[in-house]
Design a protein around this ligand. Sequence first.
Ligand code: NAD
Ligand code: USQ
Length: 404
Amino acid sequence: SHQTSTGPSEPKRVMVIGGDGYCGWATALHLSNKNYEVAIVDSLVRRLFDHQLGLDSLTPISSIHNRIRRWKSLTGKTIQLFIGDICDFEFLSETFNSFEPDAVVHFGEQRSAPYSMIDRSRAVFTQNNNVIGTLNVLFAIKEFREECHLVKLGTMGEYGTPNIDIEEGYITITHNGRTDTLPYPKQASSFYHLSKVHDSNNIAFTCKAWGIRATDLNQGVVYGVRTDETEMHEELCNRFDYDGVFGTALNRFCVQAAVGHALTVYGKGGQTRGYLDIRDTVQCVELAIANPAQRGEFRVFNQFTEQFSVNELAALVTKAGEKLGFPVETISVPNPRVEAEEHYYNAKHTKLIELGLQPHLLSDSLLDSLLNFTVKYKDRVDTKQIMPSVSWRKIGVKPKTIAA
Ligand code: NAD
Ligand code: USQ
Protein backbone atom coordinates (compact mmCIF):
# COMPACT_ATOMS: atom_id res chain seq x y z
CA SER A 1 0.00 0.00 0.00
CA HIS A 2 1.60 3.21 -1.20
CA GLN A 3 1.41 6.73 0.05
CA THR A 4 2.41 8.31 -3.24
CA SER A 5 0.29 6.08 -5.47
CA THR A 6 0.11 7.64 -8.91
CA GLY A 7 -0.99 4.66 -10.97
CA PRO A 8 -1.32 0.91 -11.14
CA SER A 9 2.10 0.41 -12.74
CA GLU A 10 3.88 1.98 -9.80
CA PRO A 11 6.31 -0.50 -8.27
CA LYS A 12 6.01 -1.44 -4.67
CA ARG A 13 9.03 -3.61 -3.95
CA VAL A 14 12.36 -1.78 -4.20
CA MET A 15 15.76 -3.43 -3.87
CA VAL A 16 18.40 -0.91 -2.82
CA ILE A 17 21.83 -2.21 -3.78
CA GLY A 18 24.49 -0.33 -1.81
CA GLY A 19 21.91 0.51 0.86
CA ASP A 20 24.50 0.70 3.65
CA GLY A 21 26.33 3.59 1.91
CA TYR A 22 25.90 7.36 1.99
CA CYS A 23 23.27 7.80 -0.73
CA GLY A 24 21.82 4.30 -0.37
CA TRP A 25 21.11 4.41 3.37
CA ALA A 26 19.29 7.75 3.11
CA THR A 27 17.31 6.45 0.13
CA ALA A 28 16.37 3.11 1.71
CA LEU A 29 14.92 4.89 4.76
CA HIS A 30 13.13 7.47 2.63
CA LEU A 31 11.47 4.80 0.48
CA SER A 32 10.57 2.70 3.51
CA ASN A 33 9.01 5.78 5.11
CA LYS A 34 6.97 6.27 1.91
CA ASN A 35 5.63 2.74 2.35
CA TYR A 36 7.63 1.01 -0.35
CA GLU A 37 8.71 -2.53 0.56
CA VAL A 38 12.48 -2.14 0.81
CA ALA A 39 15.33 -4.64 0.80
CA ILE A 40 18.93 -3.57 1.25
CA VAL A 41 21.59 -5.55 -0.62
CA ASP A 42 25.15 -4.68 0.38
CA SER A 43 28.48 -6.49 0.70
CA LEU A 44 29.67 -3.98 3.33
CA VAL A 45 32.86 -3.65 1.26
CA ARG A 46 32.85 0.10 1.85
CA ARG A 47 33.31 -0.40 5.60
CA LEU A 48 36.23 -2.70 4.71
CA PHE A 49 37.89 -0.01 2.51
CA ASP A 50 37.76 2.37 5.48
CA HIS A 51 39.51 -0.22 7.69
CA GLN A 52 42.07 -1.01 5.03
CA LEU A 53 42.94 2.64 4.40
CA GLY A 54 42.70 3.66 8.07
CA LEU A 55 39.82 6.09 7.45
CA ASP A 56 36.57 6.75 9.24
CA SER A 57 33.33 8.63 8.77
CA LEU A 58 33.12 12.00 10.58
CA THR A 59 29.94 10.70 12.15
CA PRO A 60 29.84 7.48 14.16
CA ILE A 61 27.78 4.96 12.17
CA SER A 62 25.99 1.94 13.60
CA SER A 63 26.18 -1.50 12.06
CA ILE A 64 23.63 -2.11 9.31
CA HIS A 65 21.89 -4.59 11.61
CA ASN A 66 21.46 -2.04 14.40
CA ARG A 67 20.39 0.59 11.90
CA ILE A 68 17.60 -1.61 10.56
CA ARG A 69 16.52 -2.75 14.06
CA ARG A 70 16.34 0.85 15.19
CA TRP A 71 14.25 1.79 12.14
CA LYS A 72 11.85 -1.06 12.92
CA SER A 73 11.52 -0.06 16.58
CA LEU A 74 10.89 3.60 15.68
CA THR A 75 8.48 3.15 12.79
CA GLY A 76 7.29 -0.46 12.82
CA LYS A 77 8.62 -0.81 9.28
CA THR A 78 10.73 -3.76 8.18
CA ILE A 79 13.68 -3.43 5.81
CA GLN A 80 14.92 -6.77 4.55
CA LEU A 81 18.68 -7.28 4.50
CA PHE A 82 20.78 -9.37 2.13
CA ILE A 83 24.51 -9.24 2.83
CA GLY A 84 26.54 -10.27 -0.18
CA ASP A 85 28.44 -9.25 -3.28
CA ILE A 86 26.40 -8.65 -6.44
CA CYS A 87 29.40 -9.84 -8.48
CA ASP A 88 28.42 -13.28 -7.10
CA PHE A 89 25.57 -14.17 -9.47
CA GLU A 90 24.31 -17.05 -7.36
CA PHE A 91 23.85 -14.69 -4.40
CA LEU A 92 22.19 -12.04 -6.57
CA SER A 93 19.84 -14.63 -8.12
CA GLU A 94 18.73 -15.75 -4.68
CA THR A 95 18.03 -12.19 -3.55
CA PHE A 96 16.00 -11.57 -6.73
CA ASN A 97 13.95 -14.74 -6.35
CA SER A 98 13.43 -14.20 -2.65
CA PHE A 99 12.53 -10.49 -2.74
CA GLU A 100 11.00 -10.20 -6.26
CA PRO A 101 11.74 -6.49 -6.81
CA ASP A 102 9.59 -4.21 -8.98
CA ALA A 103 12.48 -1.74 -9.06
CA VAL A 104 16.18 -2.03 -8.33
CA VAL A 105 18.07 1.10 -7.28
CA HIS A 106 21.72 0.37 -7.87
CA PHE A 107 24.13 2.41 -5.70
CA GLY A 108 26.43 -0.56 -5.03
CA GLU A 109 29.72 0.41 -6.64
CA GLN A 110 33.22 1.54 -5.69
CA ARG A 111 32.55 5.25 -6.09
CA SER A 112 35.77 7.10 -5.34
CA ALA A 113 37.83 8.45 -8.22
CA PRO A 114 40.99 8.69 -6.05
CA TYR A 115 40.51 5.10 -4.79
CA SER A 116 40.45 3.89 -8.40
CA MET A 117 43.73 5.75 -9.05
CA ILE A 118 45.73 4.39 -6.05
CA ASP A 119 47.37 1.51 -7.92
CA ARG A 120 46.71 -1.10 -10.61
CA SER A 121 44.91 -3.48 -8.27
CA ARG A 122 42.43 -0.79 -7.12
CA ALA A 123 41.85 0.30 -10.73
CA VAL A 124 41.10 -3.30 -11.71
CA PHE A 125 38.97 -3.87 -8.62
CA THR A 126 36.90 -0.76 -9.37
CA GLN A 127 36.15 -1.67 -12.97
CA ASN A 128 35.58 -5.36 -12.17
CA ASN A 129 33.31 -4.62 -9.20
CA ASN A 130 31.30 -1.94 -10.99
CA VAL A 131 31.03 -3.34 -14.51
CA ILE A 132 30.46 -7.00 -13.55
CA GLY A 133 28.08 -6.06 -10.73
CA THR A 134 25.90 -4.05 -13.10
CA LEU A 135 26.06 -6.78 -15.78
CA ASN A 136 24.85 -9.28 -13.18
CA VAL A 137 21.94 -7.02 -12.27
CA LEU A 138 21.00 -6.79 -15.96
CA PHE A 139 21.13 -10.59 -16.33
CA ALA A 140 19.09 -11.06 -13.14
CA ILE A 141 16.38 -8.71 -14.43
CA LYS A 142 16.30 -10.48 -17.81
CA GLU A 143 16.17 -13.93 -16.25
CA PHE A 144 13.91 -13.46 -13.22
CA ARG A 145 12.06 -10.11 -13.29
CA GLU A 146 11.77 -8.79 -16.83
CA GLU A 147 9.32 -6.02 -15.86
CA CYS A 148 11.65 -4.74 -13.13
CA HIS A 149 12.84 -1.13 -13.60
CA LEU A 150 16.57 -0.54 -13.13
CA VAL A 151 17.40 2.83 -11.57
CA LYS A 152 21.17 3.06 -11.90
CA LEU A 153 23.42 5.66 -10.32
CA GLY A 154 25.68 7.09 -12.98
CA THR A 155 27.69 10.27 -12.75
CA MET A 156 27.92 13.69 -14.38
CA GLY A 157 31.63 12.89 -14.68
CA GLU A 158 30.82 10.58 -17.60
CA TYR A 159 30.53 13.70 -19.80
CA GLY A 160 33.77 15.36 -18.71
CA THR A 161 34.06 19.07 -19.42
CA PRO A 162 33.35 19.63 -23.15
CA ASN A 163 33.42 23.15 -24.57
CA ILE A 164 29.71 22.91 -25.51
CA ASP A 165 26.50 22.55 -23.46
CA ILE A 166 25.97 19.12 -21.86
CA GLU A 167 22.62 17.54 -22.73
CA GLU A 168 20.76 14.83 -20.78
CA GLY A 169 22.19 11.65 -22.23
CA TYR A 170 21.65 12.32 -25.92
CA ILE A 171 22.60 14.98 -28.47
CA THR A 172 21.12 15.61 -31.91
CA ILE A 173 23.88 16.06 -34.47
CA THR A 174 23.74 17.01 -38.14
CA HIS A 175 26.75 15.67 -40.00
CA ASN A 176 27.34 15.88 -43.75
CA GLY A 177 23.68 16.71 -44.24
CA ARG A 178 22.25 13.83 -42.18
CA THR A 179 20.80 14.12 -38.66
CA ASP A 180 20.68 11.64 -35.80
CA THR A 181 20.17 11.65 -32.03
CA LEU A 182 23.18 9.94 -30.50
CA PRO A 183 24.54 9.18 -27.05
CA TYR A 184 26.25 12.33 -25.74
CA PRO A 185 30.07 11.93 -26.04
CA LYS A 186 31.76 10.58 -22.92
CA GLN A 187 35.12 11.83 -21.64
CA ALA A 188 35.59 10.45 -18.16
CA SER A 189 38.80 11.21 -16.28
CA SER A 190 39.41 8.45 -13.73
CA PHE A 191 39.15 4.66 -13.84
CA TYR A 192 36.13 5.06 -11.54
CA HIS A 193 34.34 7.56 -13.80
CA LEU A 194 35.18 5.34 -16.79
CA SER A 195 33.52 2.36 -15.05
CA LYS A 196 30.26 4.37 -15.18
CA VAL A 197 30.68 4.94 -18.92
CA HIS A 198 31.13 1.19 -19.43
CA ASP A 199 28.01 0.57 -17.31
CA SER A 200 25.99 3.05 -19.36
CA ASN A 201 26.99 1.32 -22.58
CA ASN A 202 26.08 -2.11 -21.21
CA ILE A 203 22.73 -0.88 -19.93
CA ALA A 204 21.87 0.91 -23.20
CA PHE A 205 22.66 -2.24 -25.17
CA THR A 206 20.50 -4.52 -23.00
CA CYS A 207 17.58 -2.07 -23.17
CA LYS A 208 17.73 -2.44 -26.95
CA ALA A 209 18.52 -6.14 -27.11
CA TRP A 210 16.34 -7.48 -24.28
CA GLY A 211 13.81 -4.75 -23.63
CA ILE A 212 15.17 -3.87 -20.20
CA ARG A 213 13.65 -0.68 -18.74
CA ALA A 214 16.35 1.54 -17.24
CA THR A 215 17.01 5.01 -15.90
CA ASP A 216 20.62 6.20 -15.67
CA LEU A 217 20.86 8.94 -13.05
CA ASN A 218 23.93 10.97 -13.91
CA GLN A 219 24.34 12.41 -10.47
CA GLY A 220 26.56 15.37 -9.58
CA VAL A 221 28.53 15.71 -6.34
CA VAL A 222 26.31 15.15 -3.27
CA TYR A 223 26.61 17.29 -0.12
CA GLY A 224 24.92 17.35 3.26
CA VAL A 225 24.06 14.64 5.73
CA ARG A 226 20.65 15.08 7.31
CA THR A 227 17.49 13.69 5.78
CA ASP A 228 14.08 13.54 7.48
CA GLU A 229 14.55 9.87 8.30
CA THR A 230 18.24 9.71 9.29
CA GLU A 231 17.77 12.51 11.80
CA MET A 232 15.08 10.60 13.70
CA HIS A 233 17.68 8.83 15.88
CA GLU A 234 21.48 8.86 16.32
CA GLU A 235 21.62 5.17 15.38
CA LEU A 236 20.19 6.11 11.97
CA CYS A 237 22.91 8.73 11.39
CA ASN A 238 24.43 8.67 7.91
CA ARG A 239 28.14 8.42 7.10
CA PHE A 240 30.04 11.63 6.27
CA ASP A 241 33.35 11.24 4.44
CA TYR A 242 35.94 14.02 4.65
CA ASP A 243 39.21 12.22 3.89
CA GLY A 244 41.26 12.72 0.72
CA VAL A 245 40.06 9.45 -0.83
CA PHE A 246 36.30 9.30 -0.20
CA GLY A 247 35.50 12.86 0.90
CA THR A 248 33.90 15.08 -1.76
CA ALA A 249 34.37 18.78 -2.36
CA LEU A 250 31.81 20.73 -0.31
CA ASN A 251 31.58 18.18 2.54
CA ARG A 252 35.37 18.25 2.82
CA PHE A 253 35.50 22.05 2.90
CA CYS A 254 33.00 22.18 5.78
CA VAL A 255 35.08 19.76 7.87
CA GLN A 256 38.27 21.63 6.98
CA ALA A 257 36.71 24.91 8.10
CA ALA A 258 35.47 23.30 11.33
CA VAL A 259 38.95 22.12 12.36
CA GLY A 260 40.82 25.22 11.18
CA HIS A 261 42.48 23.48 8.24
CA ALA A 262 42.97 25.57 5.10
CA LEU A 263 40.47 24.72 2.35
CA THR A 264 42.18 22.48 -0.21
CA VAL A 265 41.49 23.93 -3.65
CA TYR A 266 43.22 21.71 -6.22
CA GLY A 267 45.11 23.71 -8.84
CA LYS A 268 43.40 26.85 -10.18
CA GLY A 269 40.00 25.97 -8.69
CA GLY A 270 37.96 26.67 -11.81
CA GLN A 271 36.80 23.02 -11.90
CA THR A 272 33.03 23.32 -12.20
CA ARG A 273 30.61 20.48 -11.40
CA GLY A 274 26.92 19.94 -10.71
CA TYR A 275 26.02 19.61 -7.00
CA LEU A 276 22.96 18.53 -5.03
CA ASP A 277 21.76 18.16 -1.45
CA ILE A 278 21.39 14.56 -0.25
CA ARG A 279 17.71 15.35 0.43
CA ASP A 280 17.37 15.80 -3.33
CA THR A 281 19.17 12.52 -4.05
CA VAL A 282 16.41 10.64 -2.20
CA GLN A 283 13.70 12.74 -3.87
CA CYS A 284 15.12 12.14 -7.36
CA VAL A 285 15.33 8.38 -6.87
CA GLU A 286 11.76 8.28 -5.58
CA LEU A 287 10.61 10.26 -8.66
CA ALA A 288 12.43 7.89 -11.02
CA ILE A 289 10.81 4.86 -9.36
CA ALA A 290 7.34 6.38 -9.31
CA ASN A 291 7.62 7.19 -13.04
CA PRO A 292 9.33 4.14 -14.52
CA ALA A 293 10.99 3.93 -17.92
CA GLN A 294 9.15 2.02 -20.66
CA ARG A 295 10.16 -1.48 -21.74
CA GLY A 296 13.28 -1.11 -23.89
CA GLU A 297 13.79 2.52 -22.92
CA PHE A 298 17.22 3.76 -21.77
CA ARG A 299 16.41 7.01 -20.02
CA VAL A 300 19.10 9.41 -18.83
CA PHE A 301 18.54 12.15 -16.24
CA ASN A 302 21.19 14.64 -15.13
CA GLN A 303 20.73 14.61 -11.36
CA PHE A 304 22.01 17.85 -9.83
CA THR A 305 20.47 21.19 -8.92
CA GLU A 306 23.24 23.82 -9.15
CA GLN A 307 26.71 24.27 -10.66
CA PHE A 308 29.68 25.59 -8.70
CA SER A 309 33.39 25.92 -9.26
CA VAL A 310 35.72 24.79 -6.47
CA ASN A 311 36.70 28.46 -5.93
CA GLU A 312 33.03 29.42 -5.54
CA LEU A 313 32.52 26.69 -2.94
CA ALA A 314 35.60 27.85 -1.03
CA ALA A 315 34.28 31.43 -1.05
CA LEU A 316 30.87 30.31 0.25
CA VAL A 317 32.40 28.26 3.08
CA THR A 318 34.75 31.14 3.97
CA LYS A 319 31.80 33.51 4.26
CA ALA A 320 29.77 31.03 6.32
CA GLY A 321 32.73 30.38 8.63
CA GLU A 322 33.29 34.07 9.24
CA LYS A 323 29.62 34.51 10.06
CA LEU A 324 29.90 31.77 12.70
CA GLY A 325 33.01 33.43 14.12
CA PHE A 326 35.91 31.41 12.83
CA PRO A 327 38.31 32.55 10.14
CA VAL A 328 38.76 30.30 7.13
CA GLU A 329 41.80 30.23 4.87
CA THR A 330 42.22 28.67 1.45
CA ILE A 331 45.35 27.16 -0.06
CA SER A 332 46.02 26.06 -3.60
CA VAL A 333 47.18 22.45 -3.50
CA PRO A 334 49.09 21.14 -6.54
CA ASN A 335 46.37 19.27 -8.40
CA PRO A 336 46.76 15.51 -7.79
CA ARG A 337 44.35 14.88 -10.69
CA VAL A 338 44.53 15.35 -14.44
CA GLU A 339 41.57 17.59 -15.27
CA ALA A 340 40.75 20.98 -16.80
CA GLU A 341 41.11 23.73 -14.16
CA GLU A 342 39.47 26.52 -16.17
CA HIS A 343 36.72 25.54 -18.56
CA TYR A 344 33.23 26.17 -19.95
CA TYR A 345 30.47 24.26 -18.13
CA ASN A 346 26.75 24.38 -18.78
CA ALA A 347 24.83 21.16 -18.17
CA LYS A 348 21.09 20.65 -18.69
CA HIS A 349 19.12 19.34 -15.73
CA THR A 350 15.43 19.74 -16.52
CA LYS A 351 14.02 16.20 -16.72
CA LEU A 352 13.79 15.58 -12.96
CA ILE A 353 12.36 19.09 -12.45
CA GLU A 354 9.69 18.19 -15.04
CA LEU A 355 8.86 15.09 -12.96
CA GLY A 356 8.33 17.31 -9.91
CA LEU A 357 11.71 17.67 -8.17
CA GLN A 358 11.64 20.55 -5.69
CA PRO A 359 15.30 21.38 -5.15
CA HIS A 360 16.88 22.25 -1.81
CA LEU A 361 19.34 24.86 -3.08
CA LEU A 362 22.58 25.66 -1.27
CA SER A 363 21.48 28.60 0.87
CA ASP A 364 23.33 30.48 3.60
CA SER A 365 21.22 28.75 6.23
CA LEU A 366 21.94 25.26 4.90
CA LEU A 367 25.65 26.02 4.80
CA ASP A 368 25.47 27.36 8.38
CA SER A 369 23.78 24.20 9.61
CA LEU A 370 26.16 21.92 7.70
CA LEU A 371 29.09 23.81 9.19
CA ASN A 372 27.59 23.61 12.68
CA PHE A 373 27.05 19.90 12.14
CA THR A 374 30.72 19.35 11.30
CA VAL A 375 31.78 21.49 14.29
CA LYS A 376 29.76 19.18 16.54
CA TYR A 377 31.90 16.20 15.46
CA LYS A 378 35.22 18.00 15.02
CA ASP A 379 36.98 16.02 17.75
CA ARG A 380 36.57 12.92 15.61
CA VAL A 381 38.51 14.44 12.70
CA ASP A 382 41.85 12.86 11.88
CA THR A 383 43.60 15.83 10.28
CA LYS A 384 46.23 13.51 8.73
CA GLN A 385 43.50 12.24 6.37
CA ILE A 386 42.70 15.65 4.90
CA MET A 387 45.41 16.27 2.31
CA PRO A 388 45.07 14.34 -0.96
CA SER A 389 47.33 11.27 -1.11
CA VAL A 390 46.56 9.81 -4.54
CA SER A 391 48.22 11.09 -7.73
CA TRP A 392 46.70 10.45 -11.17
CA ARG A 393 50.15 10.63 -12.73
CA LYS A 394 52.02 8.44 -10.24
CA ILE A 395 49.69 5.42 -10.40
CA GLY A 396 51.68 2.26 -11.05
CA VAL A 397 51.48 -1.50 -10.83
CA LYS A 398 53.14 -1.73 -7.43
CA PRO A 399 50.67 -2.26 -4.58
CA LYS A 400 50.62 1.07 -2.79
CA THR A 401 50.95 0.91 0.94
CA ILE A 402 49.19 3.63 2.87
CA ALA A 403 51.72 5.54 4.92
CA ALA A 404 50.71 6.39 8.48
P1 NAD B 1 29.21 4.62 -0.71
O1 NAD B 1 30.58 4.08 -0.88
O2 NAD B 1 28.89 5.37 0.54
O3 NAD B 1 28.14 3.42 -0.83
C1 NAD B 1 28.25 2.40 -1.78
C2 NAD B 1 27.74 1.11 -1.13
O4 NAD B 1 27.77 0.04 -2.09
C3 NAD B 1 28.61 0.67 0.05
O5 NAD B 1 27.81 0.43 1.19
C4 NAD B 1 29.30 -0.60 -0.46
O6 NAD B 1 29.54 -1.53 0.57
C5 NAD B 1 28.30 -1.12 -1.48
N1 NAD B 1 28.90 -1.96 -2.55
C6 NAD B 1 29.96 -1.66 -3.34
N2 NAD B 1 30.23 -2.68 -4.18
C7 NAD B 1 29.30 -3.66 -3.92
C8 NAD B 1 29.07 -4.96 -4.44
N3 NAD B 1 29.83 -5.46 -5.41
N4 NAD B 1 28.03 -5.68 -3.95
C9 NAD B 1 27.25 -5.18 -2.95
N5 NAD B 1 27.43 -3.96 -2.41
C10 NAD B 1 28.45 -3.20 -2.89
O7 NAD B 1 28.89 5.52 -1.99
P2 NAD B 1 27.77 6.67 -2.19
O8 NAD B 1 28.42 7.97 -2.02
O9 NAD B 1 26.56 6.34 -1.43
O10 NAD B 1 27.47 6.48 -3.74
C11 NAD B 1 26.43 5.61 -4.16
C12 NAD B 1 26.31 5.63 -5.68
O11 NAD B 1 26.02 6.95 -6.11
C13 NAD B 1 27.59 5.20 -6.39
O12 NAD B 1 27.25 4.43 -7.52
C14 NAD B 1 28.20 6.51 -6.81
O13 NAD B 1 28.97 6.34 -7.96
C15 NAD B 1 26.99 7.37 -7.06
N6 NAD B 1 27.28 8.80 -6.88
C16 NAD B 1 27.70 9.29 -5.66
C17 NAD B 1 27.97 10.65 -5.52
C18 NAD B 1 28.46 11.26 -4.23
O14 NAD B 1 28.77 12.47 -4.22
N7 NAD B 1 28.53 10.53 -3.12
C19 NAD B 1 27.80 11.50 -6.62
C20 NAD B 1 27.37 10.97 -7.84
C21 NAD B 1 27.11 9.62 -7.95
N1 USQ C 1 38.46 19.09 -5.40
C1 USQ C 1 39.24 20.09 -4.85
N2 USQ C 1 39.59 19.98 -3.55
C2 USQ C 1 39.22 18.94 -2.76
C3 USQ C 1 38.40 17.93 -3.31
C4 USQ C 1 38.06 18.03 -4.64
O1 USQ C 1 39.59 21.06 -5.53
O2 USQ C 1 39.59 18.92 -1.58
C5 USQ C 1 38.04 19.17 -6.81
C6 USQ C 1 38.44 17.99 -7.66
O3 USQ C 1 39.73 18.15 -8.21
C7 USQ C 1 37.34 17.96 -8.71
C8 USQ C 1 36.12 18.49 -7.97
O4 USQ C 1 36.63 19.18 -6.82
O5 USQ C 1 37.63 18.84 -9.74
C9 USQ C 1 35.15 17.41 -7.51
O6 USQ C 1 35.85 16.44 -6.79
P1 USQ C 1 35.11 15.48 -5.73
O7 USQ C 1 36.15 14.65 -5.05
O8 USQ C 1 34.19 16.28 -4.91
O9 USQ C 1 34.17 14.62 -6.70
P2 USQ C 1 34.52 13.48 -7.75
O10 USQ C 1 35.88 12.93 -7.64
O11 USQ C 1 34.10 13.98 -9.09
O12 USQ C 1 33.55 12.30 -7.28
C10 USQ C 1 32.33 12.51 -6.57
C11 USQ C 1 31.87 11.15 -6.08
C12 USQ C 1 31.60 10.25 -7.27
C13 USQ C 1 30.62 10.95 -8.20
C14 USQ C 1 31.09 12.33 -8.60
C15 USQ C 1 30.04 13.12 -9.34
O13 USQ C 1 32.86 10.57 -5.23
O14 USQ C 1 31.07 9.01 -6.81
O15 USQ C 1 30.45 10.17 -9.35
O16 USQ C 1 31.36 13.09 -7.41
S1 USQ C 1 30.73 14.14 -10.61
O17 USQ C 1 31.76 15.00 -10.01
O18 USQ C 1 29.66 14.91 -11.16
O19 USQ C 1 31.34 13.26 -11.58
